[in-house]
Design a binder for this molecule. Structure first.
Ligand SMILES: *[C@@H]1O[C@H](CO)[C@@H](O)[C@H](O)[C@H]1NC(C)=O
Ligand SMILES: *[C@@H]1O[C@H](CO)[C@@H](O)[C@H](O)[C@H]1NC(C)=O
Ligand SMILES: *[C@@H]1O[C@H](CO)[C@@H](O)[C@H](O)[C@H]1NC(C)=O
Ligand SMILES: *[C@@H]1O[C@H](CO)[C@@H](O)[C@H](O)[C@H]1NC(C)=O
Ligand SMILES: *[C@@H]1O[C@H](CO)[C@@H](O)[C@H](O)[C@H]1NC(C)=O
Ligand SMILES: *[C@@H]1O[C@H](CO)[C@@H](O)[C@H](O)[C@H]1NC(C)=O
Ligand SMILES: *[C@@H]1O[C@H](CO)[C@@H](O)[C@H](O)[C@H]1NC(C)=O
Ligand SMILES: *[C@@H]1O[C@H](CO)[C@@H](O)[C@H](O)[C@H]1NC(C)=O
Ligand SMILES: *[C@@H]1O[C@H](CO)[C@@H](O)[C@H](O)[C@H]1NC(C)=O
Ligand SMILES: *[C@@H]1O[C@H](CO)[C@@H](O)[C@H](O)[C@H]1NC(C)=O
Ligand SMILES: *[C@@H]1O[C@H](CO)[C@@H](O)[C@H](O)[C@H]1NC(C)=O
Length: 458
């Protein structure tokens, strides 16, 4: 957010009508229209579409870091899944291919200076999401989406570092990057969540073991407090004895969803129910910052003091993403999540009323309009929150026996979930959906099935 940008924005705001987006949260068409408008504004920042150069393909231009593009493609997979609008599917697929790296694990030599464990994990969230949604499998290389995620996960598990703090992942992968001596909650929480999702998707015991281990480590290190607040991280030169107590919305969301996935995977175990509920309770940190802003999400650590950076503008988006996703894994959370995210969606839509186009999104949703700021992160936070209003009509994350997996052609270090016939599973899934009255679910499912089927046939 540069000075000139702010000035321009403030000048323009004087001549633009607030509330150019009218969001009706009970009307699906209105939600989709709003999401489409915000997505269009977001994608204006992306210069590397399929006709572009290797250095711009798949990533966002400076000053945005590599990780945020991974986050953006993950967002767009949800966007398609929730709205059915495939406008951005080709660029998304192309982008996810572009950063696989030489070993098909999202270790990218040209991004060594901005690739930490957390950064890599945001790409993993995207590939995992592609796997769980039965998004058409890659037509390059020999790996399915889940195998790409497993490849990535296997690079991380090898970095579990017992030389200090009794374990944990360091923030950074390379010792020449700042933060190499820091073990942070976003890296460890992301590894926990990916382990949980891989466990649920594949049924492989290795992942449940690591989900447990990384969770237990987060507790033992004090990164998660007894009342489920998630601190930022700890210096490993101090053996992680002095946590940095700053609280960010996205780490709260990451642990929440990992717990919800394990609640689901364990068929509703008491322990994961308690943890899911605990993290959900603790999200209260990030809502209702002022008496006039009931249930409106805010980034408590930086918004009110005008100190958020480009990364942080997008954080609310991941809290929304993972709170909405949590409702599909643990239905007891649905009412609480829907209440706060509906209020936040309305506030976010009102905040998307600035700029030249009069639909540019701002940072602070509690001001009742546009606050004069803009950027990819602002668009992403609003979009994640608003598109999630459609979650109850969408297909929940699938298991490996419910998706089209292309059999691999080479032997690899990655696990190979056995490809199975998909039709019978799908039928039973659709029957289940009908039984719960989620009719639109099946329509979306059918669309997805056709897309994936076409992919297999090609
Ligand atoms: C919102 O949408 C619902 C469902 O389509 C409709 O019944 C209601 O009148 C709409 N509200 C407004 C204010 O337009
Ligand atoms: C690439 O982006 C430009 C600018 O947004 C757009 O005009 C063009 O259609 C895009 N091309 C593809 C192939 O998506
Ligand atoms: C996506 O790519 C396919 C194959 O190249 C093409 O047929 C289709 O029109 C593209 N879709 C969009 C929305 O650009
Ligand atoms: C995929 O496997 C085939 C057959 O083993 C091999 O020839 C090809 O090089 C592999 N492709 C990639 C991108 O690794
Ligand atoms: C570091 O902390 C772990 C527990 O987190 C403890 O087991 C270990 O002994 C400590 N190491 C040192 C050198 O204090
Ligand atoms: C995971 O941790 C929970 C709670 O600590 C425990 O009940 C469960 O047995 C553990 N599962 C595995 C596979 O280790
Ligand atoms: C959950 O329930 C399913 C279906 O009854 C069963 O196959 C599975 O083993 C159960 N999982 C656990 C972790 O208990
Ligand atoms: C797990 O998630 C599925 C899909 O949303 C849902 O049908 C099932 O009820 C959930 N299980 C539990 C224990 O909540
Ligand atoms: C979450 O909050 C509710 C309501 O205040 C409380 O009853 C419950 O015990 C809390 N759960 C956890 C795990 O702290
Ligand atoms: C709510 O109060 C805060 C703090 O005083 C203020 O910054 C904000 O603009 C107010 N919001 C509205 C909608 O008036
Ligand atoms: C389980 O996953 C681990 C880690 O990816 C892998 O090494 C192992 O081979 C897998 N096991 C099975 C049975 O697929």
């Amino acid at each position: 957010m540069g000075y000139s940008g702010e000035t321009l924005a403030v000048l323009l705001s004087a001549v633009h009508i607030a509330g150019a987006i009218i969001l009706n949260v009970t009307d699906q068409a209105s939600i989709k229209n709003t999401a489409s408008t915000v997505a269009y504004g977001m994608m204006k920042y992306y210069t590397g579409n399929i006709s572009n150069t290797p250095s711009t393909l798949g990533v966002l231009p400076s000053p945005y870091y590599w990780w945020e593009a991974g986050a953006l493609w993950g967002l767009l997979l949800d966007y398609y899944h929730y709205t059915g609008d495939d406008t951005y599917n080709n660029v998304t697929t192309e982008a996810l291919y572009s950063q696989v790296g030489p070993d098909w694990d999202y270790m990218v030599p040209s991004h060594q200076k901005d690739e930490g464990n957390d950064d890599q994990a945001f790409w993993g969230f995207a590939t995992m999401s592609a796997a769980e949604k039965d998004y058409p499998q890659p037509t390059i290389g020999n790996y399915s989406w889940v195998q790409l995620t497993e490849n990535l996960w296997n690079t991380q598990v090898r970095r579990w570092d017992t030389t200090s703090c009794n374990g944990g992942l360091k923030w950074q992968i390379f010792s020449f990057n700042n933060g190499y001596d820091y073990k942070n909650s976003v890296s460890n929480g992301a590894f926990f969540q990916l382990s949980a999702r891989l466990a649920r998707f594949t049924g492989n015991q290795t992942y449940i073991d690591w989900a447990n281990k990384s969770y237990d480590w987060s507790i033992e290190t004090g990164l998660i407090t007894p009342d489920y607040h998630v601190y930022d991280g700890s210096d490993d030169l101090e053996n992680c004895t002095i946590p940095n107590k700053i609280l960010w919305s996205y780490t709260a969301g990451i642990y929440l969803y990992g717990s919800a996935v394990l609640y689901n995977y364990t068929n509703g175990s008491a322990i994961w129910q308690q943890r899911t509920e605990g993290f959900l309770n603790a999200t209260a940190n990030f809502f209702s910052g002022f008496d006039n802003a009931t249930d409106i999400m805010y980034e408590a650590a930086c918004e009110t003091v005008y100190a958020c950076n480009n990364d942080q503008f997008s954080f609310k988006g991941y809290l929304s993403r993972f709170m909405w996703a949590t409702t599909q894994m643990a239905s007891f959370t649905t009412n609480a999540v829907t209440t706060v995210l509906t209020a936040s969606s309305l506030a976010a839509a009102q905040a998307c009323s600035g700029g030249r186009d009069s639909v540019t999104c701002g940072t602070r949703w509690y001001v009742g309009g546009w606050d004069g700021t803009f950027g990819v992160g602002q668009q992403m936070s609003a979009l994640e929150t608003i598109q999630g209003l459609l979650v109850s009509k969408s297909v929940p994350p699938l298991h490996c026996d419910q998706v089209h997996l292309k059999p691999p052609e080479t032997t690899t270090t990655a696990a190979v979930p056995s490809p199975t016939t998909t039709s019978p599973t799908k039928s039973s899934n659709i029957a289940g959906a009908r039984a719960t009255g989620e009719v639109d679910w099946t329509i979306l499912f059918a669309i997805m099935g056709i897309a994936a089927g076409a992919e297999l046939a090609s």
